[in-house]
Design a protein around this ligand. Structure first.
Ligand code: OFO
Length: 180
């Protein structure tokens, strides 16, 4: 058994965040399935891909808690929200979920700062950057959607956007690390 190098308060907060990341994955999973049955297979592929990213985040936190000598608590995951009304609504809801999650990540970084727990502060920075990237990515897709859905003469632009998203990167344009 490793000696514990995180506070009880931090252990609890990280456990909560681990479940929140699992919830984020459920949100992407449910919206992906909704998009798939509504014939937006490209958007569905993108959202399924992002579901895996969120599960990786959950696992990253689990490993961190265990590595620091804490104990993970696997909790129930609450149900995702109701299906969106349309693709525009779906994308706005995804953005909101990401922005809410960014606030939760900030709680970890704030507590780490307060406790002078620099290991967790450093760990939290990875998530801070990830959230910046994800919010930018979703905003970029919303811009594409707005452009595509304004061209109402036919459905081609929406069709093309859906096709493009099937192969879209799960990462935003922002570089994760500065290159010198
Ligand atoms: Fe876990 O990265 Fe978004 O929410």
């Amino acid at each position: 058994m490793k000696s514990k190098r995180i506070s009880d308060k931090m252990e609890k907060l990280l456990n909560t965040q681990m479940t929140t990341e699992a919830y984020q994955a459920q949100v992407y999973l449910s919206y992906a399935s909704w998009a798939e049955v509504n014939s937006f297979s490209g958007i569905a592929t993108f959202l399924y891909g992002h579901m895996h990213e969120e599960r990786e985040h959950m696992f990253k936190i689990l490993k961190y808690i265990n590595d620091r000598g804490g104990e993970t608590q696997i909790e129930a995951i609450k149900a995702p929200p109701a299906n969106p009304k349309n693709i525009g609504d779906c994308l706005q809801k995804v953005l909101k979920a990401e922005m809410d999650n960014s606030k939760d990540i900030d709680k970890i970084v704030n507590l780490a700062h307060e406790e002078k727990d620099w290991a967790t502060f450093n760990f939290g920075q990875w998530f801070v950057k990830e959230q910046i990237e994800e919010e930018s990515l979703v905003n970029e897709i919303i811009d594409k959607y707005n452009l595509a859905s304004n061209e109402t003469s036919d459905n081609n632009s929406l069709y093309e956007m859906d096709r493009d998203l099937a192969g879209h990167s799960q990462e935003g344009d922002m570089p994760r690390e500065e290159k010198f």
